[in-house]
Write a protein that binds this ligand. Structure first.
Ligand code: PLP
Length: 444
């Protein structure tokens, strides 16, 4: 499908940079997902600067940004409150590899904001922090297998890069999905340690838990499945998950890398009032700088606290990134900031719903204000699980995104991903976005 999209007018410099990049960067890119997520094809756009709600490409085109670095730049690009604080840290030293004051203040802040957080550890990326959470769960339970849900994404590391995007054929029967490695290079032993289950299906979950419960260290999920186009949990599902894990002594991990500090100060666990044993954070946490955390109940984190369970990292909680996170969390702890993000997103969602209705185009606009996606399901109903997403009209998604890009609105190109809303979107940006959405539906 992507090949049929025309190159975007006025983006020749991006094309040149992409051609040049192939000579030195493997595939011309720095992350495998960039080809699918930051298109448009036949070449990605090269961004050179960002300010507030907008980013600018190397040809000088401006876009209102709803990728915001996969949700990281939640306050917008180069917000003065952050750049001022970071400029100060640049002058006094960015990292010492020692204990430091901002890391303590940041951990205290997270413990105040997040219900499950009694003890915290920091890392540099979501993948790393997921690894830390899984290590803690295995250390605590002295079991090794992990249950994950088909289609949920928990980073690129071997541990959980399983059944992220299997084809229907690879995935096997819905009730007994196979564990499918996301890439060559993932050892069979790692794959065997991961049990896969369909999302939003309580009967199947209970069957899988009955079969494997005693072997499972943890169940991990994205409470709102950002990587499945913001598929929402069905009513009561997270509560049931919590009950089953408690009854079987399994550590429940919420991967809040996308939802954390964004769907509200306490993340999805506050939104749904379901408290996991450990939660993983990144993206919005750093406001655009690389930092991640896993935080959990004292009992489950005790192995780390005592030194029995190991976790390390040269760059963990550097003064630079810990300061960025502190500044960002102080903003996100302000109800007015979260409200603004949510209201903005909801108005874009409403514009998409109205445009779809007016044009008679079936689609589901799903998620919450801060993160959502327009999904072209054939019946217009929300998706329940990953398999539903295999049946959506992807060509229409790509065309929609391309029409938005032409109108100066930048969002993730991958139909299974989602839009993220920053606090920097102005009323004018919002009006421009809603007009662009309406016009895009008119040409679909
Ligand atoms: C839910 C979720 N978990 C984990 C990760 C991995 O984070 P990172 O890319 O920082 O390693 C991602 C990244 O998109 C994610 O969306």
């Amino acid at each position: 499908m992507n090949d049929r999209l025309q190159a975007l007018h006025g983006t020749d410099s991006s094309r040149s940079w992409f051609e040049r990049a192939h000579h030195s960067l493997a595939g011309g890119i720095s992350s495998s997902s960039r080809l699918t997520s930051t298109g448009p094809h036949p070449y990605p756009l090269y961004m050179s600067s960002g300010s507030g709600s907008r980013i600018r490409d190397v040809d000088g085109n401006d876009y209102i940004d709803y990728l915001i670095s996969y949700g990281s730049a939640v306050l917008g690009h180069a917000p003065p409150v952050l750049t001022d604080a970071l400029t100060q840290v640049l002058r006094t030293g960015t990292m010492f590899g020692t204990c430091n004051v901002p890391e303590v203040e940041l951990a205290e802040k997270i413990c105040r904001m997040v219900p499950c957080a009694e003890l915290v550890r920091f890392a540099n990326s979501g993948s790393e922090a997921v690894q830390g959470a899984v290590r803690a769960a295995r250390g605590h339970t002295e079991r090794s297998r992990i249950l994950k849900f088909e289609g949920h994404y928990h980073g690129w590391s071997d541990t959980l890069a399983i059944s992220n995007r299997p084809t229907e054929q690879e995935a096997g029967p819905l009730a007994t999905p196979r564990s499918v490695p996301h890439s060559p290079g993932i050892p069979a032993g790692v794959v065997e340690d991961v049990v896969v289950c369909p999302w939003n299906d309580l009967a199947t979950l209970r069957t899988v838990l009955d079969a494997h419960g005693g072997e499972l260290a943890a169940v991990i999920c994205e409470p709102i499945v950002a990587n499945n186009a913001c598929t929402m949990p069905e009513r009561g599902y997270l509560e049931a998950l919590r009950e089953e894990c408690t009854a079987r002594g399994i550590v429940l991990i919420f991967d809040e890398v996308c939802t954390g500090f964004r769907t509200g100060p306490g993340g999805a666990q506050t939104l749904f009032d379901v408290v996991p044993d450990i939660a993983v954070f990144s993206k919005a946490l750093g406001g655009g700088l690389p930092i991640a955390a896993f935080a959990g109940r004292r009992e489950v984190m005790e192995g780390l606290a005592s030194g029995r369970v190991k976790h390390g990292g040269t760059y963990n909680a550097s003064p630079l990134c810990a300061t960025a996170a502190l500044v960002t969390l102080r903003q996100l702890d302000d109800p007015a900031v979260i409200q603004r993000i949510d209201d903005t997103g909801r108005q874009v969602m409403e514009a998409a719903q109205k445009a779809a209705h007016d044009r008679g185009i079936p689609c589901s606009v799903q998620g919450v204000g801060a993160m959502f996606q327009t999904v072209f399901t054939s019946d217009g109903l929300p998706t329940r699980n990953y398999r539903d997403l295999l049946r959506v009209d992807q060509a229409r998604s790509h065309a929609f995104r391309h029409e938005l890009l032409k109108r100066g609105v930048h969002a993730n190109a991958f139909p299974m991903a989602c839009w993220f809303v920053s606090a920097a979107v102005t009323d004018d940006d919002l009006a421009t976005t809603c007009t662009a959405v309406t016009e895009a539906f008119e040409v679909l």
